[in-house]
Ligand binder design. Sequence first.
Ligand code: HEM
Length: 328
Amino acid sequence: MVSNRLVTAIFAAAVISIPTARAHAEADAETLVNALNAVFGKHPGVRAAHTHGICVKGNFVPSTEAPSLTKAPHFNSKTPVGVIGRFSMGGGDPDAPNGQKDNVRGIAMHFDLGKGNNTDLLLISAPVFVAKDPDQFLKLLTAVATKDKDKIGAYFKENPNSTRQAEFLNARPVPASYGTVDYWGVHAFTFTNADGKKQNFKYKALPVGGEVGISDDEAKKKDPDFYRPELKDRLAKGPVQYTLTAILGEDGDPLDDPTALWPEDKRKSVNLGTISITDFEDPKTCDEAIFDPTNVVDGVEGPANDTIFPMRSQAYAVSFSRRQAPQQ
Ligand code: HEM
């Protein structure tokens, strides 16, 4: 049975859908943000997703190999590139517990390109997203919002690709820290180097100190906000560092489906450089702008046929404008 909410969502979207999104006419940015609010509640003045987070700062030092793949300035810089970052828990709960196993951790970053310009990179602690396109994401959110086990079960039965992220997370321990887990860019990007050579790839950041997890029992005993004091202690000892890598795509690797796993262990990986998080930053610095995955720079392209990618930019803009006007 189709829920009233889905009928309402389809109707609302049909009225205001834009022609370029014909193939995904149901799910526009407003509808998706409303659907996120239906699942997680409407919380004035904060993000509709990845609501629980910590603003940080640091720098990025590119590797010597990075220029062979891309002409992008931050991968060719001779001096450390300033980074404003935000760690977060997935979902729209402002109090999302840090010990939740089947939730992603996120790191969003602005790389300072000078003269007021920046480029963004958003990573999560899983190699895949929960939906292959905006319509599927709307269907998932609509099913979850019903809180009806049968409807949710039916959704996952019909959409097995949506289960991959939780399967991945549940097969690993709860990360002990934002600083001890791997992060992926999820989408397939394309680099262009100074000779015009193109290379498809996926971003992955690996903690320099290695992955560290805690048991489910330990996680249950932790304060829901334990990542903040943990990060404070960690930063007091030195920067929290990640090696940013590019997993190189090969012929046939899907470029348009963020639920599709690439066989990482069979793919070449290139070190792009080191991200160092050095300190906390005033939350205002993270909240006064959007971390937008489509904010790329010459030498890096987003996926042309992955319909989630451009939708993110639109949905983040909707969330941003609402959190700037919290009375709405
Ligand atoms: C159509 C699919 C998606 C929708 C509708 C969506 C929605 C949102 C929204 C509304 C926000 C808050 C934006 C703001 O207020 O600034 C957000 C943040 C975020 N999203 Fe998504 N998202 C989608 C897909 C993804 C994917 C595939 C990733 C994987 C990398 C991802 C990672 C993140 C991260 C890391 C943040 C936190 C950014 C920050 O700290 O400001 N999202 N998302």
